[in-house]
Write a protein that binds this ligand. Structure first.
Ligand code: AMP
Length: 584
């Protein structure tokens, strides 16, 4: 049976894991790195880049480079590149496809099954969009699970004592805090809170700003107006921040960062941890409010927590850890890499679902999550009438009977909303549909039962039934931001077409390398044994080598077609055959 991989599809970085020999292991990408930047780029040459390669060219290709696509999941955001418009699902699918390919290369077998994690506060549309992204990437998404739940699985907390746990997750661009309750075989998210725009990037920006101020003061240059210089500064700032997690001081060296009066400007600065803490104190402090909100919503005091788990790369910052200690009064657990534990938990869940039970703890885990926001429908006067309260435990099944507002109304519109505000207009519309064919009757007579069903993936289905006629309308969520099946199919075809091209590109690179080596070896042999080789034979070998070299120059690996690749292979074969006698 093929393996089920666990994917942490992050705002800044993504990570993929699989259970092997009873333990979740992190699958490195093709560069050997354990996390992959969630960044996609379209180069001017028509190539698509994902991960570090996309990040590297961002400064010079900003308009065609997409980062933090996770923030757009479930919205109608689109980007137009060369006349084609791309949805967040399709961009995310490119990241997922890369992770899938890395997993296939690592495992040496095809991978289709996956568990993908999402933030606990993701609504139905965002979860569905994530599932669709998986589908476009050719994945069978067996389960969407909440990130904090996944972290708890990675820590093996499902097998220990019953307790309440805080998951403090500070990543690159977002901060999430969740309180979860771990029972015998149940993990339940009691409450979630956070800040959608707080993360490591903000810490980087503070250092960038400090460097720019210092450059202005000492060198009288304005780095803020030079995008290419700023990209280098940003990279150096992140590096300095990471170093300060382990050292008290770090050196920031940026030679030739810009020019002034035709002279190169070099920047050399020392940043201490104390100064860094000063620059970022308010950012660390901003995590306190959501921590308190989550505790309040869960109805517990910090002293009732059994554990605090640190998740997200930014929890490596000592001042952040200190803040967590101060807020919770306990030493946080950090023995699993904070940027890897969510993916590990997803792999564990995947292993359980696939029934392979490679995991040493052979136990199925029931994951109970909560609705992050209340769900309502719009009723008379634009009021949002709540059917499902925020933080209700999944799965949810709830029905309520409504009636008509106008006499002889033959249809009603069910306007499904998400949010905490009392008026419909202030909440988010997540779906709308019409129930037609209601029996004509005075206002207030028809009995229309509206049912909300949310499954364990957090996917919502709404239905309405006229109790008199028995007419029922299954919901089709008509939010524009959900993709239709046809759109998904088109996107899958497109992704597959690119997968074939990617394959050619990979093979072209490998073949080009091999061909160059062959040329070098043959030329070396001709040099060494030249005198022993018959003139005509030597001429033939040289001609074959030149023909191969010409093909290599003519066809750039990143634009090569399958046909051109086969010509190169044929030319290599000619070289091999003509020179085989002399190669040993
Ligand atoms: P994640 O999204 O969980 O991978 O977190 C990414 C964020 O963690 C980025 O902002 C990184 O700069 C940050 N990060 C990674 N390693 C460290 C470290 N050693 N110290 C401070 N921040 C780090």
């Amino acid at each position: 049976m093929s393996k089920t991989i666990g994917i942490d599809l992050g705002t800044t970085n993504s990570c993929v894991s699989v259970v092997e020999g009873g333990h979740p292991v992190i699958i490195p990408n093709d560069k050997g790195e354990r996390t992959t930047p969630s960044v996609v780029a379209f180069t001017n040459e028509g190539e698509r880049l994902v991960g570090a390669a996309a990040v590297r060219q961002e400064a010079v290709n900003a308009k065609r480079t997409i980062s933090s696509i996770k923030r757009q999941m479930g919205t109608d955001w689109k980007i137009n590149i060369d006349g084609k418009s791309w949805t967040p699902q399709e961009i995310s699918a490119m990241i997922l496809r890369k992770l899938r390919t890395d997993a296939e290369n690592y495992l040496g077998e095809p991978v289709t099954d996956a568990v993908i994690t999402v933030p606990a506060y993701f609504n139905d549309i965002q979860r569905q969009a994530t599932k669709d992204a998986g589908k476009i990437a050719g994945l069978n998404v067996k389960r969407i699970i909440n990130e904090p739940t996944s972290a708890a699985l990675a820590y093996g907390l499902n097998t220990g004592t019953a307790q309440k746990v805080m998951v403090y997750d500070l990543g690159g661009g977002t901060f999430d805090v969740s309180i979860i309750e771990i029972g015998e075989s149940v993990i339940e998210v009691l409450a979630t809170s956070g800040d959608n725009h707080l993360g490591g990037d903000d810490f980087d920006e503070r250092i960038v700003s400090w460097i720019a101020d210092e450059a202005q003061r000492k060198n009288h240059v304005n780095l803020r107006s030079d995008i290419v210089a700023l990209a280098r500064v940003r990279e150096a700032a992140e590096q300095a921040k990471k170093e300060l997690s382990a050292a008290e001081t770090t050196q920031i060296t940026l030679p030739y960062i810009t020019q002034q009066n035709g002279q190169p400007v070099h920047i050399e600065l020392a940043l201490t941890r104390a100064k860094f803490n000063d620059l970022t104190r308010d950012l660390v402090e901003r995590t306190a409010g959501p921590v308190q909100n989550a505790l309040n919503d869960a109805g517990i005091a910090a002293s009732e927590l059994g554990k605090v788990l640190l998740v997200g790369g930014s929890t490596r910052i000592p001042a952040v850890q200190q803040k967590v200690r101060q807020l919770t009064g306990m030493e946080p657990s950090k023995n699993i890499n904070p940027d890897e534990c969510v993916a590990q938990g997803a792999a564990i869940q995947g292993d359980t679902l696939s029934g392979s039970h490679a995991l040493s703890v052979n136990k199925s885990i029931l994951l109970l999550d909560v609705t992050p926001l209340s769900l309502s429908i719009e009723t008379v006067g634009g009021v949002a009438t709540r059917l499902v309260e925020r933080n209700s435990t999944l799965p949810v099944h709830y029905s309520q009977v409504f009636t008509t507002a106008a006499p002889f109304q033959s249809s009603v519109e069910i306007h499904v909303l998400q949010g905490e505000r009392p008026m419909a207009a202030d909440n988010k519309t997540i779906g709308k549909f019409k129930l037609k064919g209601i029996k004509r009757a005075p206002a207030g007579v028809p009995q229309i039962e509206v049912t909300f069903d949310i499954d364990t993936n957090g996917i919502l289905r709404v239905s309405a039934k006229d109790q008199d006629t028995g007419k029922e309308q299954g919901i089709t969520i008509t939010a524009n931001d959900k993709m239709s099946d046809a759109e998904i199919d088109a996107a899958i075809r497109d992704a597959e077409q690119y997968a074939a091209q990617d394959q050619v590109r990979r093979e072209a690179l490998e073949t080009g390398h091999e061909a160059q080596q062959l040329i070098n070896n043959v030329e070396k042999a001709l040099d060494g044994k030249g005198k022993q080789i018959d003139k005509a034979e030597k001429k033939q070998i040289k001609e074959n080598v030149n023909a191969l070299r010409k093909l290599l120059y003519k066809n750039k690996p990143d634009q090569m077609t399958a046909e051109e690749l086969s010509h190169i292979r044929a030319a290599m074969e000619q070289v091999r055959q003509s020179s085989s006698r002399w190669m040993n």
